[in-house]
Design a protein. Structure first.
Length: 337
């Protein structure tokens, strides 16, 4: 039993996946968690949209507590909708969510040709929402974000000692939408290609802990994608899934091989809780306050149901079967001797 359970406080470390607009589901989950006085937010690891959510959450917690964190998350998604408004004239055809004409062309065009402003609008959002100095301040809620080095293919995790606006932007740098982010002379892309998100920062040095992962990427899609943008989307999702499986496998190995290890994973999943229209691939490339608010409500409701059913397990038992959900379906075949 963890120390937090013995003292009556339940500490949750948060693993926040990326997924574009689907990150508004995470906003709803976090909004609900912040309303729970008996649950404390611990470490936070985020990738892409998860890095943005994590930065807004931790910045608010450090500078003003729970209410400031809730206000910060709301401001984040309102600002994202605001800077995305100029793109709405390209929302064609109107019956299909996405970025319309440019969205269809996206796999063929380089952001160095089509996006001269690079990540400037998103940097504007960060400046309005995130206090970088607060993220660097020692606190009970350290933030970790990851990005992929374009040159080496290695993933880099940025923690409180080296977190920056550039690191957060790098974690959210979709290669076909944005120009690579330069950090210390190296180019970085979206972290979800290597880990969505990285789990190890949440249990390093503390093997008796609870991790809540907010899952946005469907492990399984029944349909075969046929459009260029949906083919590319599924390729990206598959890379994300394989990175996650590696992280889960490492976690489970520790639980099996280290006597004192009890890393308890809990999962709140948009693919499980959302409607078919909410998990449709093009939704993640859609920008708009109505969509964001709808996903927030879905995330909040899913979290409230999860808490009603599983709150008593925090500090005691995992609420997801790692073998059944993540490991067995992706097990490597045994090589004959």
């Amino acid at each position: 039993m963890s120390e937090s359970t013995r003292t009556g406080s339940k500490v949750l470390n948060l693993a926040l996946q990326g997924g574009g607009a689907h990150g508004a589901f995470t906003w709803g989950v976090l909004d609900a968690l912040l309303d729970q006085p008996d649950i404390q937010i611990g470490r936070v690891s985020g990738t892409s949209a998860g890095a943005l959510n994590g930065a807004a959450l931790v910045s608010g917690l450090v500078t003003g507590g729970r209410q400031a964190a809730k206000d910060n998350l709301e401001r984040l998604w309102h600002k994202v909708a605001e800077v995305g408004a100029p793109m709405t004239f390209m929302l064609l055809p109107l019956r299909k969510p996405g970025m319309g004409v440019w969205d269809d062309a996206l796999p063929l065009l380089s952001p160095y040709q089509t996006n001269p402003v690079a990540l400037a609008p998103l940097r504007h959002v960060l400046d309005a929402v995130v206090d970088i100095e607060a993220l660097r301040t020692p606190s009970p809620h350290p933030l970790f974000v990851n990005a992929v080095n374009v040159h080496s293919g290695l993933s880099r995790v940025f923690g409180p000692q080296d977190i920056s606006a550039d690191a957060i932007l790098a974690s959210a740098c979709a290669p076909l939408m944005f120009q690579a982010v330069q950090i210390e002379g190296e180019s970085y892309w979206d972290g979800s290609y290597a880990g969505n998100p990285m789990l190890w920062p949440l249990y390093r040095g503390d093997l008796d802990t609870d991790i809540m992962m907010v899952e946005l990427t469907p492990l399984h899609r029944p349909e075969t994608p046929t459009t260029a943008k949906n083919i590319l989307n599924r390729i990206n999702e598959i890379a994300s899934i394989n990175g996650l499986i590696s992280e889960v496998r490492a976690l489970e190995t520790l639980n099996r091989s280290v006597a004192e290890a009890d890393i308890r994973l809990h999962v709140l999943s948009l693919p499980d809780a959302g409607s078919a229209s909410e998990i449709e691939p093009s939704i993640k490339r859609t920008v708009g306050p109505t969509l964001f608010e709808s996903l927030r409500r879905t995330g909040r409701a899913a979290c409230e149901v999860w808490l009603e059913e599983n709150r008593s397990q925090l500090g005691r038992h995992a609420t997801v079967d790692l073998e059944q959900r993540y490991l067995a379906p992706y097990a490597q075949p045994t090589v004959p001797a």
